[in-house]
Design a protein around this ligand. Structure first.
Ligand code: PLP
Length: 369
């Protein structure tokens, strides 16, 4: 592992390949694999990640917004790209860049059909989303006859896939609810495909779905967080490898005596002779103020060092009393030996929010396989 000389987010493509193969091993060979690369591939770099996944053989990609899909198209991604949350204002761009929209309501379905007609499309691939209990995006069961009618009366679009999203696939307490979602999805799908003369791809599992409900893989699974090294499960986590590691460096070390205070508003008072190190990373880089005041800590030469005082915009201070270290030493903020899950929990959040929060001003450094 190279030493950090500044704040960097390391992106380890070998670990990405490991996680991809691990997740694939959980499902049958003929089940397709969709890689979720929305939000800069969970805060890393969507182009770098998608290129690697394309090389590894992923069947599909998903992004949240149209702009994210265009960026992939402009950077050599040729596999199909599902846009999970499109708006009708972007439908022409979707077609222009061969992106495939999720059509989640009657309004959006009608609107896409009319754009596709205007642009003389035939059998344009679209994805129909069912709401099975998450109550976010998607058609409810009573709307299925309407979808059938709209689809029957047009040759401009073709249903590439039908999908739904699980509300609590990571939570065993909610097992009955999840099984209910899966059953409802199966029923709704039968209703819609009954009079199609082709078979759309079916998918409902996200990462925790793959891990906890592999029998519900249908013909495709959608995985995001697992690819980046998080299994939402204490027994699965050690089998995955961290793709992103946020590293920084010690800029300065100061010795302080009892009674001295550190940082804005003097919230940290040292209780005895202390060594305080200053790091070039702050809340503008994605380490929110919530992590300050000793809530979370970083790793310095293998040892835990708490973040003390308030997190500043471009600086945090850590207490390195008793830790052998000097100015210029590398610091691991999260990832690697200190699992990001613990860091996130210290701030009352989850890995998803922590890793997607790393701001663009942090340099991305790719470690090839
Ligand atoms: C983000 C997202 C996923 C990926 O979920 P993970 O838990 O990261 O695997 C899958 N499907 C939909 C609809 C999503 O929005």
């Amino acid at each position: 592992m190279p030493e950090a000389k500044e704040t960097v987010l390391e992106i380890d493509l070998g670990n990405l390949a490991h996680n991809y193969h691990f997740l694939r091993s959980k499902i049958d060979k003929d089940v397709k694999f969709l890689s979720v690369v929305k939000a800069h591939a969970y805060g890393s770099d969507s182009v770098v990640i998608a290129k690697k996944l394309q090389e590894l053989g992923t069947d599909y990609f998903a992004v949240a917004y149209v702009e994210e899909g265009i960026r992939l198209r402009e950077n050599g991604i040729i596999k199909p790209i599902l846009v999970l949350h499109p708006q009708f204002t972007h439908f022409e761009e979707i077609i222009e860049h061969c992106l495939e929209p999720n059509l989640y309501s009657e309004k959006i379905l009608r609107s896409f059909i009319s754009t596709a007609e205007k642009l003389n499309q035939k059998n344009y691939p679209v994805h129909i989303k069912f709401n099975t209990g998450l109550n976010r995006l998607g058609f409810d069961q009573p709307e299925i006859p309407k979808i059938r009618e709209l689809i029957k009366n047009t040759s401009t679009i073709k249903i590439a896939s039908i999908f739904s999203h699980l509300a609590a696939s990571d939570d065993w307490q909610e097992r009955d609810f999840t099984v209910g979602q899966i059953d409802l999805f199966r029923k709704m799908t039968w209703e819609l495909v009954a009079d199609l003369n082709y078979e759309p791809i079916l998918h409902i599992c996200n990462t925790s779905g793959v891990i906890n409900y592999p029998k519900a893989a249908f013909s495709m699974v959608r995985s995001g967080i697992g690819l980046y090294g998080f299994g939402n499960d204490k027994t699965v986590d050690p089998q995955l490898k961290p793709v992103v590691t946020l590293k920084t460096i010690i800029s300065q070390i100061r010795k302080l005596d009892k009674g001295a205070t550190v940082g804005y508003n003097r919230v940290y008072k040292v209780e005895g002779p202390s060594r305080i190190a200053t790091l070039p990373i702050g809340h503008a880089d994605g380490i929110n103020r919530i992590y300050g005041k000793q809530k979370a800590g970083v790793i310095v030469n293998g040892k835990y060092a708490p973040i003390v005082g308030n997190v500043c915009m471009d600086i945090i201070m850590i207490d390195v009393t008793g830790i052998e270290c000097e100015e210029g030493d590398e610091v691991i903020v999260f990832g690697g030996p200190q699992h990001a899950v613990k860091f996130a929990e210290a701030g009352g959040t989850i890995s998803y929010e922590l890793i997607t929060g790393v701001q663009r001003r942090v340099t991305r450094k790719v470690i090839p396989e």
